[in-house]
Design a protein around this ligand. Structure first.
Ligand SMILES: [Zn+2]
Length: 294
């Protein structure tokens, strides 16, 4: 049974009263509001405020969608239950979710073994990485501008702490990923290649938002850079994509060196609500946005 509105969502009218400065005892209008008063496609913020206010039919639908997304996103059941309770208890979860849904949709786009990028996708604002606060493994590495700037901010903080980050791999085009994946299949066989490299079209590197640091092997985790970036990345909007012990969820073995830029709001959302597991947060957002689409 997926669709149900919990009694615990009853905090919502209380919150609405505080927001709107009205009393719960206000009488409902006798007539339904004129059609023109309700936008045909309210934006998400309005829908959630309406949800919080508990005063429109859409609000109830959106509350149902939230529950359905949590339960239909393929999350571990105990995580879904915990988040459902948290969402019902206070508006913090919904408000944090909202802040992640503003801006560039590619920051939150689910790109994994079963969710490819749009065919032929190529980011428009790729910028070449220039060594400064960080080193580069080779010339010509590129990231999208927002990610390149966030990398610079993170690397400057690392360097201030005596740690030098090295970007070893960044944007990879579809065509380049054909080579990388093909070479891995030749060297290690398809099954092993699939554990640590993506089929073309399915790579986070093709988004222009992902970086591999340092040695691109397990030894990176034991370096000063590996430890520093694990501890501080989220503050700069970066998130470890394939953590240790989550191969069943991500489809990839642990990659201590692979980080994706998701923006500071989403990085905080991942850490606060999803135990730092990017895959779960993106699966949830994917489910939520899919259900909200007409
Ligand atoms: Zn990578």
């Amino acid at each position: 049974m997926l669709y149900r509105i919990r009694r615990s969502f009853f905090w919502i009218p209380v919150l609405a009263a505080a927001f709107a400065g009205v009393f719960l005892s206000c009488e409902r209008p006798q007539e339904p509001p004129p059609r023109t008063a309700v936008p045909a496609e309210p934006d998400l913020g309005e829908a959630i405020m309406a949800l919080a206010a508990g005063k429109t039919a859409n609000a109830a639908a959106d509350a149902g969608i939230l529950i359905n997304a949590l339960n239909g996103a393929g999350l571990p059941p105990e995580l879904a239950v915990r988040l459902e309770a948290a969402a019902a208890e206070s508006p913090a979860f919904i408000l944090d979710l909202l802040s992640c849904l503003e801006g560039d949709p590619f920051l939150r786009r689910l790109v994994d073994k079963s969710h490819p990028l749009p065919e032929g996708y190529e980011p428009e604002d790729l910028a070449e990485l220039s060594p400064g606060s960080y080193e580069v493994g080779r010339r010509g590495l590129m990231l999208r501008r927002s990610a390149a700037e966030a990398l610079e901010r993170m690397a400057a903080a690392a360097r201030a702490g005596g740690v030098v980050l090295t970007a070893s791999s960044a944007y990879r085009s579809y065509a380049y990923q054909v080579e990388v994946y093909g070479r891995n299949v030749q060297e290690m066989g398809r099954e092993a290649a699939d554990r640590e490299s993506s089929r073309p079209g399915y790579s986070q590197h093709q988004t222009g938002l992902a970086v591999d640091f340092g040695s691109i092997d397990d030894s990176f985790a034991r370096t000063g850079a590996g430890r520093w970036v694990l501890e501080h990345a989220a503050r700069f909007g970066w998130s470890l994509s394939f953590p240790d012990g989550y191969e069943d969820a991500t489809g990839y073995r642990w990659e201590s060196w692979h980080y994706r830029y998701v923006g500071e709001d989403l990085a905080a959302f991942i850490d606060t609500w999803f135990d730092g597991i990017q895959q779960y947060a993106l699966q949830f957002i994917h489910a939520w946005e899919g259900l909200r689409r007409p």
